[in-house]
Each structure stands twice: as structure tokens, then as C-alpha cells.
Design a protein around this ligand. Structure first.
Ligand code: NAD
Length: 472
């Protein structure tokens, strides 16, 4: 059992002002795996006050000083990677190979990227007689979700530290362990008091208090669209900057010259990674109508080939994060059936032999883009396949969504792939598995605003000042 009673505020591990604890449930067993404290507005006030006090000095530190801190955190991170991966598995159910692999790897990647960007980032730029300064925005409230818990904390905390901001992190209540360990690393690396603070607790209490707080200059939020809307409203009265990374319903376009078995297989397996709980998952697979049955065969084989079970075992997929999430996923599977979608793999209920734990079946439907399961973000291991007539049709389907987070294109024809990618109304497109830590990440439309990752992620935390008449 893990017990994390304290928050990290002003350079010390402190008990909540009003003691209150909550159980954390292991989604693989449905048993309590530990406890955390739930904070109150008074804890937020203390954390924000500490961050405010620390800002004048931290914002004036040299790049070299901030690089020293990030490298000291990197040393801690490298030492405790296994522990972090195990925490991710326990808190949100990712298979241990994924927890210790990509989950921890994404955090390490964002840390290394922040260091690389900081080494050369131009905080000052002279344009004629005008000096342009990029200055840290101030005290930041960082609010993160449970699905890639390390990724989302690291993609905010490290750029915020690197740019000279001070901060209060509010991790997800469902998956609080990895953030707690990361906070220990940051503390042990010698972060100055008040620069980094962490308060655990409920979004409606801690997240809302940060969003409304007059002493918080900026909120960076990753999570669901409704909460993003609420945060924007809460932040409006104090005119703070709000960066939103929200949901998605990303299209994966398979070109008609593609190796159908390999690409549909990879896209289907990719959908099931992290039990489908990935904002940028390619959850709508668009295939040429002329090759639809080939795609169906490949997707069925791939989905049926995903092993589901105890995340500590040799499995491809663990449980979804919670009972509530399991119910949501089951509701969408039933909705797909009710609306007449063609079920080609998986379906309702738990996989055979799994009576405990929030396990779902890797599920694939063939449907049209007007059904609920093609329009709404399910956030579970449910893929929809949609046929298209030609590339114009594929692009039209891809863009017929309220979301605009990501897109994927697979196939041999480079010109066609690039053309589809250019025409997608999304913040990112990945062609044939391309991946880059320095590429910006964020959404068009209701997938949010602002960009994280790499140098673009630094801009989120910087104000721009123009000093005219500065002189040559
Ligand atoms: P959520 O919106 O319920 O919660 C996210 C965070 O916000 C949690 O820490 C939660 O406690 C907090 N919160 C809840 N209510 C709040 C309020 N009123 N004010 C302030 N904070 C509040 O989301 P979730 O269920 O944890 O995560 C799943 C969602 O996140 C999905 O929609 C997914 O697509 C999205 N997501 C987006 C990205 C991206 O980068 N675009 C990445 C991962 C997840």
C-alpha cells in the first residue's frame, strides 16, 4: 500500500490544512492500492503564495542555473524510472511494459527536450531599434489528467521551470502516484523553495481554485472538453492565459496503395495501446471502400490478437482506469450496436476469464461518420472503420468532426500522404509513424488551443515584451 499524506509547498512536505484522505483504486484488481490527501482552497492559497514569493528570484535566474536544475532532475529521473513505471501501472492500469516503456520514456523525452531547447532558446531578439523580450509569465497552475499521467505532467512542469516560471501542479485524483514520485525527484534535485509546488485533490476544488485565483497568471490544462470550458470561464474574471489540450476523434487515413494487412493491423493495435485512453488515438480508421473487406479482415485479426489481462503479466492491454470509465466505454459499445454499426471484433462486457478489474474487449466496428461512436470521443479500446471513395472524400470525413487534435496517414504515395496531411484541420499529423519530441502538439477546433512540446511549449509560458527606442 502506498500512502502519500503530504503536499509539496514552499520547499517542504506539508500536511493539508484540513486533513482529508481518499483511497486510490487499482483498476486491475478493484482493490484499494493506497491513499492520498485531498487538499482544500487553503492549501491552494498557501501553494500560490509560495509560488508568488519565489517568482521574482526564479524569473531572474540564468539559463545556466535552470539547466543545472533540469539536469539534476534528470539524474533523479534516470535513477527511479522503474519505480515510476510501476506507479503508472498501479494507478491507471497500463501494462508494466508500457508503464516502464513509453509512459516513462515520454517523460524522459520531454525532460531531455526541455534541456535541448533551453540550451539555445532566444529569450531576447533585437529588431532594428526595438528589443523583443520573452519573459516568464509568472505563477502557473498546471492541471493534468490520468491517462498518460507522466507525459502530461512533464510536458508542463519542465518547460515552466525552464522558462523561469513558478508553479502549482494539480495531478489527477485517479492517478496521483507518478506525480508524487516526480515531485520527490524535483525536491531532491534541489528546486528552490516555492518554485515548484504540488497539491493533490479534486478537480472541482483544487483545479477550480487555481483557475479563479487572482495570483495565478496562467493555467495549462490537459483533460476533457467540458472541464476545459469550465476552466476558461473560471479564469475569465482574472484575464489569465489558459492553454487547453482537450479531446480528440482523430482520423487515420489508409491510402489505397498501402499494405492493408500491415497498416490496418498497426492502426488497430495502436488504438488498443493504453486501452484506447489516448487523446490523439487514431480512433476513426478511414480505408478505401474498394478494399474495405481486406481492412475488416486485418482489423479483426489485429484486435483479436491483443491479449488483455493483468498488467503485470505479458499482455498487450490492461484495464481502463475506473469503473466510471468502464461504464462509459460499455455504453458506447451498446450505442454502436443500437445504431446498427457492424461489430467485427470484441463487443460488450469483460473478456472471457476476467471477472475482476475494469477490463474491456478490444472492439472494432464498421460504420459511417454520422453515428455516435464515430463522432464522440470514447476514450476506450473501441475503433471505428469508415470507408471512403476517394481522397477528397477521405479528407472530408476526417475533417467532419468537432475535434481537430491529430491525424495519421499510411501509404506509399508520398505526394498523396502529404496532400492529405496538409488538408487535415488538425494540430498534428503523423505520416507513416513519424514522431518528433520537438514538434508542436495541440489541437484545432474543440481539441483546444495553444501548443505544447519542444520550443512551442516554451512559448506557452512566456510573455512578449517590446522595448521600442532600445537603440541599435
Ligand atoms: P478531466 O477533464 O475530467 O480531468 C482532468 C483534470 O482536470 C484532473 O486533474 C481533474 O481533477 C481536473 N478537473 C476536473 N474538474 C475540474 C474543474 N472544474 N476545474 C479545474 N480542474 C478540474 O479529464 P480526465 O478524465 O482526467 O482525462 C481524459 C480527457 O483528457 C479526455 O477527454 C482526453 O481526450 C483528454 N486528454 C487530452 C490530451 C491532449 O493533450 N489534448 C491529453 C490527454 C488527455
Amino acid at each position: 500500500m502506498r500512502h502519500y499524506p503530504n503536499f509539496y509547498i514552499d520547499g517542504a512536505w506539508v500536511a493539508p490544512v484540513t486533513p482529508k484522505t481518499a483511497d486510490v483504486i487499482n483498476p486491475a484488481t478493484e482493490a484499494v492500492s493506497g491513499t492520498i490527501s485531498l487538499g482544500s482552497v487553503a492549501d491552494v492559497d498557501n501553494a500560490v503564495a509560495a509560488a508568488r514569493r519565489a517568482f521574482p528570484a526564479w524569473s531572474q535566474t540564468s539559463v545556466a542555473d535552470r539547466l543545472d536544475l533540469l539536469r539534476a532532475i534528470q539524474a533523479q529521473y534516470s535513477r527511479r524510472m522503474q519505480e515510476l513505471g510501476e506507479a503508472v501501472t498501479e494507478e491507471m492500469g497500463a501494462p508494466l511494459s508500457l508503464g516502464c516503456g513509453f509512459h516513462v520514456g515520454l517523460g524522459a523525452g520531454h525532460l531531455q527536450t526541455a534541456i535541448e531547447v533551453l540550451e539555445t532558446f532566444k529569450f531576447e531578439e533585437q529588431r532594428g531599434a526595438t528589443m523583443i523580450l520573452r519573459e516568464p509569465i509568472g505563477v502557473c497552475g498546471l492541471i493534468t489528467p490520468w491517462n498518460w499521467p507522466l507525459n502530461q505532467v512533464t510536458v508542463k512542469v519542465f518547460p515552466a521551470l525552464a522558462t523561469g516560471c513558478t508553479m502549482v501542479l494539480k495531478p489527477p485524483q485517479l492517478a496521483p502516484y507518478s506525480a508524487q514520485i516526480l515531485a520527490e525527484m524535483i525536491a531532491d534535485a534541489g528546486v528552490p523553495a516555492g518554485v515548484f509546488n504540488m497539491v493533490q485533490g479534486q478537480g472541482s476544488v483544487i483545479g477550480a481554485a487555481l483557475s479563479k485565483h487572482p495570483q495565478v497568471d496562467m493555467i495549462s490544462f490537459t483533460g476533457s472538453e467540458p472541464v476545459g470550458v469550465q476552466i476558461s470561464k473560471d479564469a475569465a474574471d482574472t484575464v489569465k492565459r489558459v492553454g487547453l489540450e482537450l479531446g480528440g476523434k482523430s482520423a487515420w487515413v489508409i491510402l489505397d496503395d498501402a499494405d492493408m494487412a500491415a497498416n490496418v493491423g498497426a492502426a488497430t493495435a495502436g488504438m488498443m495501446v493504453n486501452a484506447g485512453q489516448t487523446c490523439s488515438a487514431g480512433s476513426r480508421l478511414l480505408v478505401p471502400n474498394a478494399r474495405l473487406e481486406e481492412a475488416v479482415a486485418a482489423a479483426t485479426a489485429a484486435a483479436n490478437g491483443v491479449t488483455v489481462g493483468d498488467p503485470h503479466g505479458d499482455v498487450g492491454m490492461g484495464p481502463v482506469v475506473s469503473k466510471a470509465q468502464w461504464n462509459i466505454v460499455q455504453g458506447y459499445i451498446q450505442k454502436g450496436l443500437d445504431e446498427g454499426a457492424r461489430l467485427i471484433a470484441g463487443g460488450p462486457g469483460r473478456p472471457d476469464g476476467l471477472d475482476k478489474g475494469y477490463y474491456c474487449k478490444p472492439t472494432v466496428f464498421v460504420t459511417t461518420n454520422d453515428t455516435t461512436i464515430a463522432r464522440e470521443e470514447i476514450f476506450g479500446p473501441v475503433l471505428v472503420i469508415i470507408g471512403y471513395d476517394d481522397l477528397d472524400h477521405a479528407v472530408a470525413i476526417a475533417n467532419d468532426s468537432i475535434f481537430g487534435l491529430g491525424g495519421y496517414v499510411s501509404g506509399r504515395d508520398t505526394d498523396a500522404a502529404r496532400s492529405v496531411a496538409r488538408r487535415m484541420r488538425t494540430g498534428a499529423v503523423w505520416i507513416n509513424g513519424g514522431f518528433d519530441f520537438h514538434a508542436p502538439f495541440g489541437g484545432y477546433k474543440r481539441s483546444g488551443n495553444g501548443r505544447e512540446w519542444g520550443a512551442f511549449g516554451f512559448d506557452e509560458y512566456l510573455e512578449i515584451k517590446a522595448i521600442s527606442g532600445f537603440g541599435e
